[in-house]
Design a protein. Sequence first.
Length: 197
Amino acid sequence: MKKIFLPVFMFLMIFLSFNIVKTDAKMPLNACAMNKTKKLKSMKKFFMLHSLGFGFNFYIFHPGPYWVFQNAKVLKLTPAQALQEKMLTKEMMNDTKKGIITLKRAIIRYRTYAMHKNPSIKKLISYVKAVGEAETYLGYEMIPFHIKGYRVLNASQRIMYLKLTKIKAAKMRAMRHQFMRMMHMVHMRMIHKKMMH
């Protein structure tokens, strides 16, 4: 089981990564930078779990301003366009952080109140709704930034953007398909192992 779990875990980590943070493997990171990287990974993981499938429902077709900025050379961005994409990325990250904090607080409020011996049905429902609203926010809050990032581009840049996104989407679908097959195999082996006992 351990032999199966490690490759699945590694693949999952790669699969969930959207390359929001790139670090140079040769360059040693100080403790502050490592802590920041750890926080970003944790935030990214939380976002992936609570954004209503944003990655495969939207991002796969409309990568955002950070992705546009990463492809600045291929897209032939002007310095002004690159600056706009950077600003959109910063605003988007700040919104995402706020959304994550709001959702975490809503979950804690609901869980804490749910432990009461005789909770109010009305209050419980309002807390559940607050969790739902906060999670829904994470499902849509990045959309405007992704669309605005695309709209910064001129006509020829948009043609290249669409070509690049088709390639990206195909790669992501292939990775997802491979991941699903691996998870199915792990699941089947676990069932087989249980049946053997």
